[in-house]
Write a protein that binds this ligand. Structure first.
Ligand code: CAO
Length: 464
């Protein structure tokens, strides 16, 4: 036979007159044993009070804002438990005596269960972990570090240093944790910015709706950038980003976060190459063709790509196979007033240095005049980004996916190099090769740059 039971506030340690900050149930609700009923909050911790019984709620005796202590009546419940015994699997508890004033046939007092505790913002460094029964020693209890499921490998709330700053009840924190959500990232719409269940659900929906590759997509859980009112600190001017910058920015961001980059640095002795380039330059200036080191670099890159074909390749969509290309189209990063563009020079392996220098001049002019088309920027196998005309000693270029490597070139300078027991002045060209470490090993990258440097040091090798 169904029995009316009282559910009382169980042993909550030394706390008295603790505020109720959330009531999770209402009259008529059918609940299971261990469903949370209310959340209590002290200045140090918040606690869920679970029901020791399954049944239907008949009468609520508390509301948000009430103050309660151990033994306070929370609600009356019509128990559906056959034997009327508590269903809680929580640790054994002290039976609470029925209120002395209760008549003989009064409802049976619920056995107070142990209450899980969740750290709040003001919690000391060693916080009681969720699941720690009240009454059990909590100091020094290690935080819950069980792996969470759900969205990506988000750290658990307890290991998230900012988690304590968000206002959310333990039930909501648990709900968020089950979904792999860091509650600190959820904007609360409840009273005083408290995070509600709806807020967590909306957060998850928004995360799932994000396109793959967008910020925070691909299962990456990244903190939103801080929103700062810069005008608070001084005068400012707001300039919209150019369309090119916005498009390039999204691609750069995706490539940076999805490709494991490593950059290999080296130097090439281009003393002889430079002498030859100047000769050629003088010869072809009459035809208005400017021969810069980049034309030589394109040819040297072809030689290296042919010797090490895994650099002239892309991972297939599934990431299981390497697609090695039999052609050699090379992209060149061009700095334009509106941002970076990467037009592609076709069949670089089939062209000579003068032809490449000519095309380079044409395509970079086209980019700067905004005449470049999407097709001009597609189909590249490898990219060269040269800052040599500007300066710098090295940099870490971002791979232009789906390519697997990019060569950064900085300004050549004359350096004293040790040769035959003496120092000689040599023109040294800095090389920075970023590569996708999923495809290319460090040793292969070092071989690639060493070979590249050899070819540049002795351009006769380009004819081989
Ligand atoms: N070391 C020393 N001098 C170099 C050099 C190097 N590595 N590379 C070029 N130079 C010299 C050139 O010989 C030229 O000198 P002269 O005018 O005396 O002949 C001068 O620097 C200017 O060259 P350039 O920049 O006009 O020509 P380029 O072929 O080297 O480069 C281009 C063409 C389009 C790649 C370049 O203009 C450009 O836009 N570079 C920027 C690329 C970029 O932004 N990369 C960053 C992307 S990652 O964020």
């Amino acid at each position: 036979m169904a029995e009316i039971k009282q559910v009382l506030v169980p042993d909550i340690g030394d706390y008295k007159d603790v505020g109720i900050i959330e009531v999770m149930v209402k009259v008529g609700d059918t609940i299971k044993a261990e469903d949370n009923l209310v959340t209590l909050e002290t200045d140090k911790a918040a606690m869920d009070v679970p029901s020791p019984y399954a049944g239907v709620i008949k009468e609520m005796k508390v509301k948000v804002g009430d103050k309660v202590s151990q033994g306070s009546l929370i609600l009356l419940l019509e128990s559906s438990d056959a034997a009327g015994a508590p269903q809680s699997s929580q640790p054994a508890v002290q039976p609470t005596p029925a209120p002395t004033a209760a008549p003989a046939a009064a409802p049976v007092a619920a056995t107070p269960a142990a209450i899980p505790v969740v750290a709040q913002a003001s919690q000391p460094a060693v916080a009681p972990a969720r699941g720690t029964p009240v009454g059990a020693p909590v100091k020094g209890t290690p935080p819950d570090t069980r792996p969470s499921g759900g969205l990506g490998a988000a750290p658990l709330l307890h290991s998230d240093p900012s988690a304590g700053k968000a206002h959310a009840s333990p039930a909501i924190r648990r709900f968020a944790r089950e979904l792999g959500v860091q509650v600190a990232q959820v904007k609360g719409s409840g009273a005083k910015g408290r995070v509600t269940k709806d807020d967590v659900q909306l957060f998850v929906k928004a995360a799932l709706a994000q396109p793959r590759g967008a910020a925070g997509g691909n299962g990456l859980q990244v903190l939103a950038s801080p929103v700062v009112d810069f005008a608070k600190y001084g005068a400012i001017e707001t300039r919209p980003l150019s369309r090119i910058k916005k498009i390039a920015g999204a691609n750069l961001h995706r490539n940076w976060v999805t490709i494991p980059h490593v950059t290999q640095f080296d130097e090439a002795d281009i003393t002889e190459m430079e002498a030859f380039r100047k000769e050629l330059g003088a010869e072809y200036s009459k035809q208005n063709i400017k021969i810069t080191p980049l034309a030589f670099l394109l040819k040297a890159a072809v030689a290296a790509l042919q010797k090490y074909p895994e650099f002239n390749a892309s991972l297939d969509a599934g990431g299981e196979n390497l697609v090695i290309k039999q052609y050699c189209h090379i992209g060149v990063a061009v700095d334009t007033p509106d941002g970076l563009m990467v037009p592609v020079l076709r069949d670089v392996d089939k062209k000579g240095i003068v032809q490449l220098a000519k095309e380079l001049g044409e395509i970079s002019a086209k980019a700067r005049e905004k005449k470049i088309t999407a097709a001009d920027m597609q189909g590249g196998c490898f990219t060269i980004s040269s800052l040599g005309g500007i300066g710098g000693t090295a940099f870490t270029p971002i791979i232009n996916a789906p390519e697997v490597a990019i060569l950064g070139v900085s300004r050549a300078i004359i350096k004293p190099m040790h040769k035959d027991d003496t120092f000689v002045a040599r023109l040294m060209l800095p090389l920075s090769l970023s590569y996708d470490h999923r495809v290319i090993d460090g040793a292969a990258a070092a071989r690639f740059t060493v070979f590249l440097a050899q070819v540049l040091a002795d351009t006769r090798r380009l004819a081989l």
